[in-house]
Structures are given as C-alpha cells and as structure tokens.
Design a protein. Structure first.
Length: 258
C-alpha cells in the first residue's frame, strides 16, 4: 500500500460486522487509529455516529468511509470486500459541521456535548414538557406543551426529525430544523427552518414537576433546566461516499419517497 492512505478499521460488535472485518483484515493492510489517515467503519448508522463522536472526543477527526452491516445504513456505503482502494480513491467527500449542546441541569451542572444528527429535548415522565423557546436571545414561543422538541442538522433531518414530521433539509442548505415532538399546544405550530448561524435556546418551565432530558445523538443529560444549541463552526467532519450513493443525492431523493 505504498503511496496509498493509511487505513484504520472500526468494527461494530455485531457478529456480521466481526466476520466481515476478518475478511478485510486478510485482504488489506491496517494501522492503529492513531496512525491512520482514513477510517473504514463496519456497522450501521448508530455505530458510525459512535465512531464520529469518539473522534470528536479525541479531537482528531479523520475522514470516514462507512460500509453498511446494520439495518438502515443511510449514512453508509454498501459493503463489499472488493476493490476497497479504488472505492476510497473515487469517493465523494461530504463536510459536516456538528451541533453543540450546552446544557445546565436543575442542580446547576454545565455539560457540553456535540451532536451530528440532532439535539432532542424529551419529557422524562408521563406528563408533557413545558418549554420556552428563544432564537438568538429573543423569546419566540413562550410555552410549548409537547412530548419534546428537537434541532436537526441537514444530515440528521432524515432521521428522528423526519419521524417527527420535520422537514428534509438539503445537505448544502446552511439550515437547521426546529421541530416539535407531539405538540399539544400550540396545536398548529409545526416548527421552523432556521439559518445555521442561529442560536436556539430552551428553558424548561417546570423542571421539577415536569422533568426533561436533553439528548445529543445518543448521549443523554437528565433533568435539564436550560439548553443552548448552535452549530459548532470550529469543528468539521468528513464523510466519504461512493459517487453513485452520495449522501446529498440520497437526501434529495428522500423528499420524493412515499
């Protein structure tokens, strides 16, 4: 592999992914993550997000080429052990900027977590959440009564956001989606599409009686009182796709799916 990028292999614990990894290990040369220039990830969308978050935690975000051995695989390429070097050389890259969630709990603890897909506020009990929403410091919705609310990136707009009836955002749109989850009041509010330079703030109006958790992708902070969400412009992730299965094309097609 002289002259070719150094590759690291990240593998989901699923038996299918583990078996596929054994085949790839025999056919290609691999290096530890700390020495790699590209990461090849075997698994599903959830595992890919785990790998991306681990790179953010280490503050070393390498380009990542995912191969689907999970369920949906929207963020992944098709799995094949053949011609991996050629696929990587031809791959189309997509730059993604994550969200940053800054949460303050009822007890006053401050926690910051990145999110690649979305930040969700969710009720913790059977009682609805009461949430005040502000945009760039101005209150735009004094009281949302709902199961929750979320902020999604274009990459995440086809995930939980879409399930909550939120809009699909083109990958290069420079927008975020603000989407209620099972809103009771105001009944007619369906959310908003905002410039990605916007800072969205949430204040839980009755955090003791109606506790709310904040979830950044797969990481949860319980009993939050206030949450600020904005795009982290200092951080950039690189996803790699086969040209015929590029992410921006998939997102565009999702707008016409039934």
């Amino acid at each position: 592999m002289s002259g070719e990028p150094r590759l690291a292999l990240a593998v989901s614990p699923s038996p299918t992914a583990q078996a596929a990894a054994e085949e790839l290990k025999h056919r290609y040369e691999w290096v530890p993550m700390a020495e790699a220039e590209i990461v090849v990830a075997l698994g599903g969308d959830g595992f890919l997000l785990q790998v991306l978050h681990s790179m953010l935690d280490r503050r070393r975000a390498l380009p990542i080429f995912g191969m689907n051995l999970g369920t949906v695989g929207f963020l992944m390429n098709e799995f094949s052990p053949d011609l991996l070097e050629n696929r990587l050389a031809r791959a189309k890259t997509v730059k993604v900027q994550p969200l940053r969630m800054d949460a303050i709990t009822v007890e006053g603890t401050s926690i910051s977590i990145p999110a690649i897909n979305e930040v969700s506020l969710l009720r913790e009990t059977r009682q609805t959440a009461w949430i005040e929403i502000s945009i760039d410091g101005r209150v735009v919705l004094p009281e949302l009564v709902a199961d929750g609310v979320l902020v999604a990136t274009p990459v995440g707009s086809t995930a939980y956001n879409l399930s909550a009836q939120g809009p699909i955002l083109p990958l290069d749109s420079s927008l975020v989606a603000l989407t209620p989850i099972s809103a009771f009041r105001p009944r007619r509010w369906r959310g908003a599409i905002l410039p990605d330079r916007t800072k969205v703030s949430f204040r839980v109006l009755d955090p003791v009686k109606r506790p709310v958790s904040a979830v950044a992708d797969q990481r949860e902070v319980r009993d939050v009182a206030r949450i600020d969400v904005s795009v982290d412009r200092a951080t950039q992730l690189t996803l790699m796709f086969d040209p015929e299965h590029a992410l921006d094309d998939r997102i565009a097609r999702e707008q016409f799916a039934f």
